[in-house]
Design a protein around this ligand. Sequence first.
Ligand code: ADP
Ligand code: MG
Length: 277
Amino acid sequence: PASVPAQIEGMRRLRQRSGEGLASLQARGITAWFGQHKVLEQVSLTMPAGSITALIGPSGCGKSTFLRILNRMHELVPSAALAGEVLLDGEDIYDPAKRLIDARREIGMVFQKPNPFPAMSIRENVLAGLKLTGTRATKATKDDLVESCLRRGGLWNEVKDRLDAPGGGLSGGQQQRLCIARSLAIKPRVLLMDEPCSALDPTSTRVIEETMLELAEEVTIVIVTHNMQQAARVSDKCAFFLAAQGTPGVIVEHGDTQAMFGNPQDPRTEDYVNGRF
Ligand code: ADP
Ligand code: MG
């Protein structure tokens, strides 16, 4: 059998053709504040349909804030303010006519720390989003959904015999894949992942990377990562964020991942991707 990196490379090549029928996400002129503190300035980025986009950059430069703006979580912070727009397939997700619940349903999120409902069963965890979004389903439909989401989350084989066991009993990496399965159940068009592997061991990290590469066939993915090798392994597009001392975060450089890593145009990008700051 091929080595894991060779397999991953193979999967990347395999899916370079698609993107058809999937959603693009476009941020235009995003400026964000927490009170008086401006944390992002004029950030524009296109995340093409079916791509995996990696957001990289040092801590505190606004990557998580940007990601939360992409599914309207920024507005949960009372002091937060925002200018600019986010277009999902050309439609403004902040349009007052669009319900928040619909924006959230279309744009799922997975966080750094796996956060399944620990006392709920694996099965109930996968189905949890249906209640929140008021989606009705029969038992048979639910069974199918649980299986398909767990399969696509790369967890089915490990849990199919204990779907009624509590989600909190799984390992960290399994819990994170359960969270991925849970977000898939509401059929998002975009999946946002904020450092999804930072709390995991290298083996779990690789399993999640493979899962992501397969998921990119059906959903557009945006991932924040501090792991440059991971960004290089999984992403098609990359954006380098930076906030110079006392100034808001900006995108210094963005483009195809291979070009960003192989031939960075800005010396700061070159230093960062080579681990020099
Ligand atoms: P990153 O994810 O790149 O590490 P963040 O988006 O978390 O960066 O943070 C960007 C800036 O916004 C930081 O200066 C941080 O202190 C500030 N910030 C983040 N969240 C909040 C919040 N809820 N309230 C106030 N300031 C915040
Ligand atoms: Mg962050």
